[in-house]
Design a protein around this ligand. Structure first.
Ligand code: NAD
Length: 268
């Protein structure tokens, strides 16, 4: 990531995005690691993206897990520790508020996230489509049972976690590089992206497929696409880039009716 500070987005662009959000009947939102950066959860591609000199792409793979499951579990344990200490930021909160606003008016709101940290749910978003799984859930490598118990013990016990049903080795319930997404979840995401009036793309570098294609699918289907990111990342599909941090910008995009009484939102 480059270190330059982008120009703050023009108030006119913020107003335009806010107006379109208030008018939209169907909104889809795609979030990536940058959404949680303001909560203190490091992104993979930022300056803090290395752990013990390993890159995420070397650890979040089925091959790495077969080779050295303890190393991969230790990395996830480190990440779970960071996430356990993190709280949803003002951007997560604003999306939960927006979901209620849109649904109360009879509109459709779909939150699609590449994040595995569970912070959207913690902020009150009701049904995020978690494309890449959830770091608090585990899956058995033998019988494939998924644990829905989000309280994986921290720190990692000396013995690697074993399945309560069959004793098999458990792995994080995460879609690793090279693995396929749950077809039902990705289909729901594609349906939402191609049926929305407006797609909000927040904090994703746009390099991990198939999430990276959702913006172009949405635009081709007629949606207006707005990106919130300090770096312009989501490619040519974007109509409007709001350069800045999610926790700063997203609350300012809430419709006027929701802004009244909210503290700390600067006028645009
Ligand atoms: P990425 O690490 O590739 O890119 C992060 C993006 O966020 C960059 O474009 C960066 O410019 C932007 N960004 C940084 N700070 C920001 C801020 N404060 N506000 C808004 N944007 C900001 O992340 P990705 O595109 O989500 O893809 C990487 C993969 O990493 C995904 O599969 C995801 O599952 C996983 N991941 C998840 C988490 C998490 O759950 N919090 C954290 C790291 C990585």
């Amino acid at each position: 990531m480059s270190t330059h500070t982008p120009e703050p987005p023009s108030p006119r662009f913020i107003r335009e995005a806010r107006r379109r959000i208030a008018a939209a009947r169907a909104i889809a939102v795609l979030t990536g690691a940058g959404m949680s950066a303001d909560s203190g959860v490091p992104t993979f591609r930022g300056a803090t993206g290395l752990w013990r000199t390993h890159r995420a792409e070397e650890l979040a793979t089925p091959e790495a897990f077969s080779r050295d499951p303890r190393l991969v579990w230790e990395w996830y344990d480190w990440r779970r520790g960071l996430i356990a200490a993190a709280r949803p930021n003002a951007g997560h909160d604003a999306l939960a508020v927006l979901e209620r606003f849109v649904e109360q008016r009879g509109g459709r709101f779909t939150l699609i996230t590449q994040n595995v940290d569970g912070l959207h749910t913690e902020a009150g978003s009701r049904r995020p489509l978690e494309l890449h799984g959830n770091i608090w859930m585990m899956r058995c490598t033998a019988c494939h049972a998924v644990s829905t118990d989000r309280r994986v013990p921290l720190p990692l016990a000396p013995e690697l976690p074993a399945c309560a049903r069959c004793g098999g080795l458990l792995r994080p319930h995460i879609v690793w590089f090279g693995e396929s997404l749950d077809p039902t979840i990705i289909q729901s995401a594609v349906d939402a992206a191609t049926a929305c009036d407006l797609l909000l793309v927040i904090g994703t570098s746009g390099v991990v497929q198939p999430a990276a294609s959702l913006a172009s699918m949405a635009r081709e289907a007629g949606a207006w696409v707005v990106e919130v990111n300090p770096e312009r990342s989501a490619g040519p599909a974007v109509h409007c880039w709001l350069a800045g941090r999610a926790a700063d910008i997203v609350p300012r995009l809430l419709p006027e009716a929701l802004q009244a009484g909210r503290k700390g939102i600067s006028e645009a």
